[in-house]
Design a protein around this ligand. Structure first.
Ligand code: SAH
Ligand code: SF4
Length: 371
């Protein structure tokens, strides 16, 4: 029998679980406080719980569904990347990003979490995409990434996580039920859906389903190209859900949630960085009343795709217009971009033909009709 992951239960469910075993419900809050605390040694060290309860917990439940395999730090410690492993042996990554307090603001602590081990979408510029899908993560495994980060920040007296972004490994909307459950569970840990950003490669039916769900999470769409011919090759799911249908879904999501949708655009030199693309991107963002996040591409092993120069990125942003900001993916020096820590620690046999830019004829390809 697999042990119960405590993080799979809401506070109410843990109260009931305890009551069913003859323990007072208020023990749930004691246990949950321990789950957020630094330096926890597991159930044995929860000395304010009766010995019998500790023994029962040890026999039937697990403290965390994830094991920490490695960690790296960058940006003077403001970014920490964790390589984690599920009980079933699947590896995944989570990134902790500290935004220091400034000018009276209280500072933020963002956890970038994975929703899957690997990913089936296969975007050509993405290290995770090369793995293929290994496993869907459970809601508990998603929540435990946030709790692991919370304990580490607590150890430094930095306070609780304030934001969660589903921008680690995997396509969250291909693991819809567990992701939505995780968002509900995180609410119980004080992270409101509006503090959660879900990033998707563009699964239109699930975006519409999420709009109907009425959760209120913020949505980011990984666009990366402004015409279907290029997007079909960069983000293969585009062959099923082309750009026009994706922008319609973005408008619908914005209307249903009352929140602006962000378009993410990984800038790749010679592929999607021409002035026409910038102008079309600006128009698309305006058409959904959204923002644009430009992300200079992090180089990945085995691919000759690269980011444009910083000056070229700034020129591109200026052409997109006021809706654009350039987001330097924090911690790239800690090999922190999507899938990269895992890739650097456990080299994969390269899938020939899957990634090499020249074979895909991406570099130097015309990037669509003139604006
Ligand atoms: N699968 C989802 C969420 C995880 S990826 C999605 O694709 O949206 C999170 C973001 O990182 C996406 O916008 C993705 O395109 C981007 N990304 C992937 N590989 C990257 C790389 N090598 N450099 C920069 N950004 C990358
Ligand atoms: Fe999957 Fe997102 Fe990577 Fe594409 S960018 S392969 S959707 S994780």
């Amino acid at each position: 029998m697999t042990a119960l992951a405590l993080s799979s239960l809401s506070r109410e469910e843990l109260r009931r679980w305890l009551e069913e075993r003859g323990h007072p419900a208020y023990r749930a809050d004691q246990i949950r406080r321990h789950m957020l605390r630094a330096g926890e040694g597991g159930f044995a060290s929860m000395s304010d719980l009766p010995l019998q309860l500790r023994t029962e917990l040890e026999e039937s439940a697990v403290w965390s569904s994830l094991e920490v395999l490695a960690e790296t730090a960058a940006d003077r410690g403001l970014t920490q990347k964790l390589l984690l492993r599920t009980e079933a042996g699947h590896e995944l990554e989570a990134v902790m990003i500290t935004h220091p307090a400034r000018d009276g603001s209280r500072g933020r602590r963002t956890v970038c979490v994975s929703s899957q081990a690997g990913c089936a979408i296969g975007c050509v510029f993405c290290a995770t995409g090369r793995l293929g899908l290994r496993a869907n993560l459970t809601a508990a495994e998603i929540v435990d990434q946030v709790l692991e980060a919370a304990r580490r920040w607590d150890a430094e007296s930095l306070g609780r996580p304030t934001n969660v972004v589903l921008m680690g490994m995997g396509e969250p909307l291909q693991n819809y039920r567990q992701v939505v459950l995780a968002i509900h569970l995180l609410h119980g840990w004080g992270i409101y859906p509006r503090q959660v950003v879900l990033s998707t490669s563009g699964l239109v039916p699930e975006i519409l389903r999420l709009a109907e769900e009425g959760l209120g999470v913020r949505l980011a769409i990984s666009l990366h190209a402004t015409h279907d011919e290029l997007r079909d090759r960069l983000v293969p799911i585009n062959r099923r859900f082309p750009i026009a249908s994706l922008l319609d879904a973005a408008r619908e999501y914005a209307a249903a949630s009352g929140r602006r949708v962000t378009l993410e655009y990984v800038l790749i030199k010679g592929v999607n960085d021409d002035p026409g693309a910038a102008r079309r991107l600006g128009q698309m963002a305006a058409s959904i009343r959204g923002h644009v996040n430009l992300i200079p591409m992090n180089a990945i092993p085995g691919s000759d795709l690269r980011a444009p120069s910083p000056a070229a990125c700034r020129d591109f942003a200026a052409l997109v217009g006021p809706r654009a900001t350039i987001r330097h993916s924090r911690g790239d020096r800690a090999t922190a971009a999507c899938g990269q820590l895992r890739a650097s620690l456990t080299p994969e046999p390269r899938r020939e033909g899957r990634i090499l830019a020249r074979e895909l004829a991406l570099v130097g390809s015309p990037s669509g009709p003139p604006a």
